[in-house]
Design a protein. Structure first.
Length: 232
């Protein structure tokens, strides 16, 4: 699994450079930026300290929708749970979720919001999972680069686990994304309305499935599709 750290409209070039250094220190190399060119600023390179190659190879996206098109799993950072969702995870819990994905996910994007206001509610609603760092104060806040360093340290174990697992011959490395598309087409055919609670629950739980469970649900979808074809 490739894990990309995504900075959404960062405000301070030094934070971008420090984030690149944190990624390099923990063995990551994918830095993506949304609507920003701060990685080109001298101040960013001043704090990169040997991580200039990460800044030089950073991918730039116009918006989060473009990031969504380049990643099977989109994870948003938030200081606290939003939208009444139950899929908010600490960094340590998130490491376990990603380690279980095996080769079912080719690319995961972890989004970090703006220094002054984080990610908007609309942006968080686009994410498959939410994550946050528990704080001991009533108004939680961490420097952007500090947050990136903490997640890079916690998720390095998930990266190692994914790298150590052997590929299954003939497996599709984007099976989670393919499963999401299948369900989007299949559920309406089973009279499951897209605005219903069951539909919402299915897509909230989908990103939590392990590599093995994703394969089982693929098989279930195939069986349901055959039943539908026979009855039509």
């Amino acid at each position: 699994m490739q894990l990309a750290f995504v900075l959404v409209e960062p405000k301070v070039p030094e934070n971008v450079g420090a984030a690149a250094r944190a990624l390099c220190t923990m063995g990551f190399g994918q830095l993506w930026l949304v609507n920003s060119d701060l990685h080109t600023r001298p101040e960013a390179h001043w704090l990169a300290h040997g991580s200039d190659h990460i800044l030089d190879n950073a991918r730039i996206f116009p918006d989060i929708e473009a990031v969504r098109n380049s990643a099977e799993l989109l994870i948003g950072t938030s200081a606290k749970p939003r939208h009444g969702r139950s899929d908010w995870h600490t960094p340590g819990e998130l490491a376990g979720v990603l380690a279980n994905k095996g080769n079912a996910v080719a690319t995961t994007a972890l989004l970090f919001g703006r220094e002054d206001r984080g990610l908007s509610n609309e942006e968080l609603a686009c994410c498959d999972l939410l994550t946050g760092i528990p704080m001991a104060v009533s108004y939680p806040s961490l420097n952007l680069a500090q947050s990136v360093m903490l997640y890079a340290w916690e998720l390095s174990s998930a990266r190692t686990a994914s790298t150590d697992r052997s590929e299954v011959p003939g497996s599709d490395p984007a099976r989670l994304g393919a499963l999401r598309e299948r369900l989007e087409h299949l559920l309406p055919a089973t009279d499951t309305p897209a605005d219903g609670k069951l539909y919402q629950w299915i897509f909230e739980k989908l990103p939590l499935l392990s590599n093995r469970d994703i394969g089982f649900v693929h098989t279930l979808c195939s069986n349901i599709a055959r039943k539908i074809d026979k009855s039509s």
